[in-house]
Design a protein around this ligand. Structure first.
Ligand SMILES: O=C(O)c1ccccc1NCC(=O)[C@H](O)[C@H](O)COP(=O)(O)O
Length: 210
């Protein structure tokens, strides 16, 4: 089964256009000013208008400790499909379809989807700065979590690169991979993406040789 790919923290029109052209499944638009991939709402709107991606490319808004108003305004302005909220007590999307972020490796006995039910779960590493640090989570734990959360679409994030994506898929069996650092060349200052890395990640997701 094909595994989906989300390219997280797209900041440039050429990178968003490449995601469309290559058949990436989802993009993350980071709206947190504390991230080097962060865009203001105005910048994010301009990016989407410049490319006008088809609705088949899922738009995920990434937020850190946002207010309800901030989330609702961004969802409306950017026509987001899903919201991804990190670092807040309220992570359930303020009434919008949301992606439930599980950071680190909480006790599996306590790993229960919140209410209202999320559109999907994202297993990510617990890192300072909330995400996007290129650090892997515990894949053995994640494999068990995927089985335990059967019935919910579970994606894997954290330190996935073209070099380890196939192994991550084989070990964890996620529905999708969510990648920020691994879509960039070392030294990318503002989330600039590397087309070759996206091609290689897609090949791993689709089970093709690179
Ligand atoms: O990417 C960021 O800078 C970021 C900052 C704050 C919160 C979330 C962030 N990214 C969210 C993602 O979904 C990333 O894809 C995920 O954390 C994995 O990142 P990476 O390990 O760099 O691939």
């Amino acid at each position: 089964m094909a595994v989906k790919l989300k390219v997280c923290g797209v900041t440039r029109a050429e990178d968003l256009a490449a995601c469309v052209e290559l058949g990436v499944d989802a993009v993350g638009i980071n709206l947190w000013s504390g991230s080097r991939r962060g865009l203001s709402l105005t910048e994010a709107g301009a990016l989407l208008r410049a490319v006008d991606p088809p609705r088949s490319l899922e738009r995920v808004g990434v937020f850190v400790e946002p207010s309800a108003e901030e989330v609702r305004r961004a969802a409306e302005t950017l026509a987001l499909d899903l919201v991804q909220i990190v670092g807040a007590e309220e992570v359930t999307g303020y009434g919008l379809p949301y992606l439930w972020v599980v950071r680190g490796t909480p006790a599996l006995a306590e790993l229960l989807p919140p209410t209202p039910r999320p559109a999907r779960a994202l297993l990510d590493a617990a890192v300072p700065g909330y995400g996007g640090a290129g650090q892997t989570t515990d894949w053995a734990w994640a494999a068990t979590a995927v089985q335990q959360l059967a019935g919910l679409e579970v994606w894997l994030a954290g330190g996935i690169t073209p070099a380890n994506a196939a192994e991550a898929i084989a070990q964890v069996r996620p529905a999708g991979l969510d990648v920020a650092s691994g879509t960039e060349l070392p030294g990318a200052r503002r989330g600039e993406k590397d087309r070759a890395a996206i091609v290689a990640l897609l090949a791993a997701c689709r089970g093709l040789p690179d």
